[in-house]
Design a protein around this ligand. Structure first.
Ligand code: MN
Ligand code: MN
Length: 464
């Protein structure tokens, strides 16, 4: 007779804790996440993620893709879309018409962008006006050190790269908040309204230009420093992309160092793992396509977002090179839409439904659907696609779990899955669970990051 315990083990399911299921993985995850933390520090914007990714690809022997180039199984190529999206492939042994194994993550993250005319002076300070990018909780971005990253173009076409606040000795920047002593009125606002969009002004200086005859002397002095240091003028900010991001570096969290804290882990935890799986894939059966895209945080719009055709055009070009029918290629392709999930937070249990939530340290999160209000705006992966990915992961011993984004009707969200499934590609969401998602300091589990990498590697190397 089976005991109840044996029966339960045989027919009931609960996602295991990674350290229990794969004890040896704990140390491997620690080592893997050293590279991950370095990537987070090197790649705080999508442009920097492309540069760092391209550097890693070149070291690994990838060549820039040129239409019509000679390509054979095992060859590694990459393509950059407008300095903000990175596509990388390893050519497979099977015909291209058999489809691609696509792994798509995004490399933009919520942040504070400068307005086109940012610099102004008010009551003894010079400041930058900003327009936030993506879904931020504005109150989290005040009274914390910020770094400025970006590019500015001069009239002669020269590109100036800005990166201030990252290196020892650099100045940092900040958005001020009201002191509690004078917070009586502000305290009556709702949390969502506690800091308003037009209150996200960044302090960049306070000294005046040494001539009392001119007006806006503090603004002038700040601009003079920028002019001397970078050769730029106020007008050049109009042809620029500069943003403020948290100045802090990625760090281990906890006495046991089991967690990683840092900015932009949505979605660089999936971008790094996807890129590493791509790089380490040798001669796969199916041609791989690792896509690191921009603009997911604002709806995948624009010509660097996945709702444009930049990925499709890359596939079109490959199809022509290999004499494959693009329809066959797409219909036979599969995609892991690699994006983070909301990790269950024990401090805020009311936002989640525990049985269908993802937890830190229970491995990579497989998510059948996202969306909001009755699954609106989701790619709802088929049971067949779920079976395929579960099979791959179980075979490879990947620690994984499943869950959805919080309670029904609590909120919701979307990913790039929609844009890829639109092409007729079998697609499912999968990625790293994150605590404090979209905050300046997000938290993930090293075991989950590592198992996400292992899932992506199993997919890249799969012969089915
Ligand atoms: Mn994301
Ligand atoms: Mn996000």
């Amino acid at each position: 007779m089976e005991t109840a315990k044996e029966l339960a083990k045989a027919i009931l399911h609960k996602a295991p804790i990674a350290a229990d299921k794969d004890p040896a993985g704990t140390e491997k995850a620690q080592a893997f996440c050293e590279g991950y933390k370095a990537f987070l520090d090197a790649a705080k914007t999508e442009r920097e993620a492309v540069l760092e990714g391209e550097r890693m690809l070149l070291v690994a022997g990838y060549r820039p893709y040129v239409r019509g180039m000679e390509l054979k199984a095992g060859d590694k190529i990459y393509y950059v879309n407008r300095k903000k999206c990175l596509l990388a492939s390893t050519i497979g042994t099977r015909p291209l018409a058999d489809g691609l194994h696509i792994n798509a993550a995004h490399i933009d993250a919520p942040r504070i962008d400068l307005k086109p005319m940012p610099l102004y002076e008010k009551d003894g300070l010079s400041l930058f006006k900003t327009h936030y990018y993506g879904g931020i909780r504005k109150y989290q971005w005040v009274a914390t050190p910020l770094a400025l990253h970006g590019v500015v173009y001069k009239a002669d076409g020269t590109q100036v790269t800005l990166n201030v606040g990252e290196n020892p000795g650099d100045p940092v920047f900040c958005i001020n908040d009201l002191l509690p002593h004078l917070g009586a009125d502000q305290n009556k606002r709702t949390l969502a309204d506690g800091i308003r969009g037009e209150e996200l002004n960044i302090v960049v200086g306070s000294l005046p230009f040494a001539d009392e005859e001119v007006s806006d002397r503090i603004k002038l002095y700040t601009m003079q420093i920028l002019n001397k240091q970078y050769g730029i003028t106020e007008k050049d900010f109009i042809r620029a992309e500069v943003c403020a991001v948290p100045a802090a570096k990625a760090a281990d969290v906890g006495f046991d160092r089991s967690l990683v804290g840092g900015y932009g882990q949505d979605d660089r935890s999936c971008a790094y793992t996807a890129l590493m799986a791509e790089i380490e894939c040798k001669t796969p059966s199916f041609t791989t396509l690792c896509v690191l895209t921009d603009k997911e945080e604002i709806g995948s719009v624009g010509y660097t977002g996945l709702d444009s055709d930049f990925m499709l055009n890359y596939i079109r070009k490959l199809a022509i090179d290999f004499g494959a029918d693009i329809v066959d290629v797409l219909e036979n392709s599969r995609c892991l839409s690699a994006d983070v999930s909301a990790a269950y937070d024990p401090t805020f249990p009311d936002a989640y439904e525990a049985q269908n939530s993802t937890f830190v340290n229970r491995g990579v999160a497989l998510t059948k659907y996202t969306g909001a209000r009755g699954k609106s705006g989701t790619n709802d992966a088929t049971a067949e696609m779920m079976a395929y990915v579960m099979g791959l992961m179980d075979e490879a011993g990947v620690v994984w779990q499943t869950g959805e984004l919080g309670k029904v009707d609590q909120g919701g969200g979307g990913t790039v899955a929609l844009m890829i499934s639109k092409l007729g590609v079998d697609t499912v969401d999968i990625g790293v669970p994150v605590l404090s998602m979209h905050a300046p300091f997000e938290v993930t589990s090293k075991a989950d990051v590592y198992n996400t990498y292992r899932a992506f590697a199993a997919f890249a190397n799969s012969n089915r």
